[in-house]
Ligand binder design. Structure first.
Ligand code: GKR
Ligand code: MG
Length: 434
């Protein structure tokens, strides 16, 4: 019997897009009115299309374009070979290339993820199976997400920037409001939970001095009661002493404390001093980081992200490591649309355990790029798509419009410091602040 091969990659389309993003604050500054994503579409020699979405920068897009020649003609099932040719060409990212910002700045991991997810989408279509089945099969029908609160300036983002749409209703109206103190954070949480039904809450911290953020956490605890798990993420801006001081204050109310301080050693020191579990998407972010993390006990929970752990299958490998070494595993996010959400949901459905509701920025976005429109959340959870592949199709009209946004907005990479300087001239990112 002949071994079957193919389908083979015939075309690779790389489209940078810019999506409306409100003026959200974080440790690195302020979100621009548009967040950048890159949409990758692979088309096979028999006309099957597979798609993926990753954080966009012109550097990642250029490297993706460079990989085109290596990938054209490859069998989409040969994911190991595809990964190997990319490594042979580009090497691997070093841990230092991640950078000090809350988001990951490595290039290659994003490329692996973009190509792998699009190939899995195609393999799913060829085999008539949802991606979750290619990851070992579904362990749950719905994947739970957490509310993700941000301090923010008033404003809707996009063309409106700091302006607001007077006709907006419900969450669309609440999303425009400022949130600069505990009362406004509670109002944001109530509006977001009312719309999406989230049952856990995360606050992005590292914006104001720690006591104000701790006060916001207590205000959330007061407003939502003891049954709603709470997390806060200062994105490593606190010293060890600050982390221990405020971590102790919040011990009675936190489900976990995310990246209070910078680096595995500092995290390990804080972890020893607190009863609250520590989570990270900053100090243990690659397989190279795992041995030291285990040796010194840097965190309790790794917040994976298939976009920068090198794809969905790599994330399954990570889940095995976490299980072996007693680490919890959950998911981290950045501003994103429905292709990324679909991939996160397939992965979330395949993980052996989902003890913590996953992060998503999705409520902050109003655009969409899939023909089925915006994903619905029920009681904070998303139903796992059952259609072949990712179960979502590219909306080509939206792709063209969002690509035009990209061309018009002039951004080529995320730089929250520059955006913040437009509001507070001279503002500087400090990797450790309090
Ligand atoms: O979108 O501002 C943001 C977040 O700070 C994001 O970039 C982080 O990567 O959500 C992320 C986190 O949990 O650190
Ligand atoms: Mg984080």
């Amino acid at each position: 019997m002949l071994n079957k091969t193919g389908p083979h990659i015939k075309e690779i389309h790389i489209t940078p897009i810019a999506i409306v993003d409100p003026p959200l604050l974080n440790a690195a500054g302020l979100h621009a009115p548009y967040a950048l994503r890159t949409i990758v579409e692979l088309v096979t020699d028999d006309g099957i299309s597979g798609i993926s979405e990753i954080p966009g920068t012109s550097a990642i897009d250029a490297a993706l374009a460079e990989s085109r020649a290596l990938l054209i003609g490859k069998d989409v099932f040969q994911l190991n070979e595809i990964r190997q040719v990319l490594i042979d060409r580009f090497g691997t990212d070093s841990a230092a290339e991640r950078g000090e910002t809350p988001w990951d700045q490595r290039k290659l991991v994003h490329i692996f993820s973009a190509i792998e997810v699009a190939c899995l989408d195609i393999i799913g279509k060829v085999t008539n199976r949802p991606v979750v089945d290619l990851l070992g099969g579904k362990l749950r029908d719905r994947v739970p997400f957490s509310a993700y609160l941000f301090y923010k300036y008033e404003g809707a983002g996009g063309k409106l920037a700091f302006g607001t749409d007077p006709d907006a209703q419900g969450w669309a109206a609440a999303r425009q409001a400022s949130a600069l103190n505990p009362t406004e954070i509670v109002a944001q949480a109530k509006a977001m939970c009312a719309e999406f039904g989230f049952q856990s809450i995360k606050l992005k911290g590292g914006v104001f001095e720690p006591q104000q953020e701790v006060d916001a956490m207590f205000a959330l605890h007061e407003a939502f009661g003891p049954d709603v798990p709470l997390r806060v993420d200062p994105n490593a801006l606190w010293t060890v002493e600050t982390s221990i001081k405020y971590g102790k204050q919040m011990e009675p109310i936190l489900e976990y404390l995310e990246d209070p301080t910078r680096g595995q050693e500092n995290m390990a020191t804080v972890r020893k001093a607190l009863k609250t579990p520590l989570a990270t998407n900053m100090c243990t972010t690659s397989f190279d980081d795992i041995p030291n993390s285990i040796r010194i006990g840097a965190e309790d929970i790794i917040l994976s992200d298939h976009h920068f752990w090198g794809g969905l299958r790599a994330s399954i490998t990570l889940s095995g490591i976490c299980e072996t070494f007693g680490r919890g595993l959950s998911m981290h996010s950045n501003s994103h649309l429905g292709i990324s959400l679909a991939a996160m949901v397939h992965l979330g459905a395949a993980l052996p355990k989902v003890p913590y509701a996953l992060d998503t920025h999705y409520p902050w976005q109003s655009d969409e790029i899939i023909t089925s429109g915006r994903f619905k959340f029920e009681e904070g959870a998303v139903l796992v798509p059952t259609e072949p592949g990712l179960g979502v199709e590219l909306d080509r009209e939206a792709l063209a419009r969002l690509h035009q946004n990209y061309l018009t907005c002039g951004l080529t990479k995320r730089d929250d410091e520059i955006e913040m300087q437009k509001v507070q001239p001279g503002w500087k990112f400090q990797s450790v602040r309090w």
